[in-house]
Design a protein around this ligand. Structure first.
Ligand SMILES: Cc1cc2nc3c(=O)[nH]c(=O)nc-3n(C[C@H](O)[C@H](O)[C@H](O)COP(=O)(O)OP(=O)(O)OC[C@H]3O[C@@H](n4cnc5c(N)ncnc54)[C@H](O)[C@@H]3O)c2cc1C
Length: 387
């Protein structure tokens, strides 16, 4: 591998010995349990359910969660180390599918009762149940405050009608953390319900076929007079929007980390290729235009990663970083857009062929600037702070 990045040497202020030990464990797990099977899983549109159990057994799923619910407490850099190593496997879909719990469970941790946490967090961290987050609807994802799925209280139930789409792990999720309208229009009428897939009136589409993240199952979910016990309400009725906004901060951080690692992998692939491939009797890296391109790519990746780590450290210290995490996500995605594009360019025709990692990185990268809030939505958030 080209020597462009070494967490131990380069990032000592963020990652200590115990982070490195976790990273090494996850890397070994990834090399044994994920890498050899990725092509088959990408083709199948999902990875085997037992991977959740295996990932739980070595602590991947529980990383950063309280011990009381089966987690392994630790600072934010443990989660980042785990996410980076999962992305390093080379399939954004596997990382997204295994990681979906990290957007589905934090709202339960923040707003749920102890009973709800035991019931809905513990089995997921143990790898026995799959959790997903369901906000986006066919009619719109960016305008969260305008979501249309309704939940009407009747006695001890909410009767839910509507649908959600593009839900990561939605095809086989056992439970979803679902945003519904319980009140009037706008942000003040939104609540969060945990809906179990066995609830009558709950159904899912076929797996949606995607540009990238192909090893993750993605689905539309339908609610047809779906009767959800009132005890599954998270926090106060009509206060769900604020829990969701808080949750987005963690999701955006992970998406920035994913973008940085996607770019890192594309850079490494491009450097290797440029060192071997010849044209006009010279190695590609012998052309100054290619050398400079690789230098620009490496510079962008390093700057983006440092900025993301810096924001992560501030979040971990309890500082409000809504503007900064939006900047970090946008910057990281713009870097991964450029670096994956240029990596394919350096590979020439091979870069467009299935079986080449850069081809998959290029496709997997595309979702990063759309999911968890688009580039344009991030800019609106930043504008609200600075203008
Ligand atoms: C592979 C994949 C996995 C996903 N996983 C999940 C998941 O697990 N859970 C979940 O809830 N959602 C998930 N999503 C949905 C994702 O969060 C949404 O796609 C995203 O929020 C954008 O919503 P939209 O697709 O409805 O686009 P729209 O909201 O319709 O936006 C369309 C375009 O208009 C732009 N736009 C919208 N509003 C503005 C504005 N105010 N100013 C300027 N431009 C604007 C957008 O930036 C975008 O370019 C996933 C999506 C994909 C593709």
């Amino acid at each position: 591998m080209p020597n462009t990045f070494n967490q131990q040497a380069d990032c000592q202020q963020y990652f200590g010995k115990s982070h490195d030990a976790v990273r090494q464990t996850v890397r070994e797990f990834v090399n044994k349990e994920i890498v050899p099977f990725i092509d088959a899983w990408e083709e199948a549109g999902e990875f085997p359910r037992r991977l959740y159990q295996k990932a739980a057994d070595i602590g991947i799923l529980g990383m950063g969660y309280p011990e009381a619910y089966g987690g392994i407490p630790g600072d934010i850099f443990f989660k980042i180390a785990v996410a980076e190593e999962l992305v390093r496997a080379g399939s954004g879909g596997v990382a997204a599918g295994l990681g979906a719990l990290n957007i589905a469970l934090p709202p339960i941790l923040t707003a749920g009762t102890d009973e709800q946490k035991k019931r809905f967090i513990t089995p997921v961290l143990a790898g026995k149940k799959i959790a997903a987050l369901a906000i986006t609807e066919p009619g719109g994802g960016s305008d969260v405050a305008n979501l249309q799925t309704t939940a009407v209280r009747k006695d001890d139930y909410f009767v839910v009608n509507g649908s959600k789409t593009f839900i990561t792990s939605g095809y086989r999720a056992d439970q979803i953390t679902c945003a519904v309208r319980t009140g009037g229009p706008g942000a003040h009428g939104i609540s969060l319900l945990i809906i179990e897939s066995t609830t009558p009136g709950y159904s899912v589409s076929e797996k949606l076929k995607k540009t990238g993240w192909r090893a993750s199952d993605t689905a539309q979910i339908f609610f047809d007079d779906c009767r959800v016990p009132a005890e599954n309400l998270l926090g106060e009725e009509n206060m769900g929007f604020y829990t969701l906004m808080e949750n987005f901060q963690g999701e955006r951080l992970v998406l920035a980390v994913m973008a940085n690692m996607t770019a890192q992998l594309a850079l490494e692939e491009a450097i290797n290729y440029a060192g071997g491939r010849e044209a006009f009797g010279r190695k590609l890296k012998g052309f100054q235009v290619t050398r400079h391109k690789l230098v620009d790519m490496a510079t962008l990746v390093e700057v983006s990663r440092e900025f993301t780590y810096r924001i992560a450290a501030k979040i971990d210290a309890g500082m409000n970083q809504i503007k900064e995490i939006s900047m970090a996500k946008n910057f990281a995605c713009s870097v991964s857009d450029k670096v994956t594009y240029e990596a394919v360019q350096i590979f020439g025709g091979y870069g467009t062929m299935q079986g080449y990692l850069v081809e998959r990185l290029y496709r997997d990268n595309r979702i990063l600037s759309i999911g968890g809030g688009t580039t344009e939505v991030m800019k609106e958030i930043i504008a609200n702070f600075i203008l």
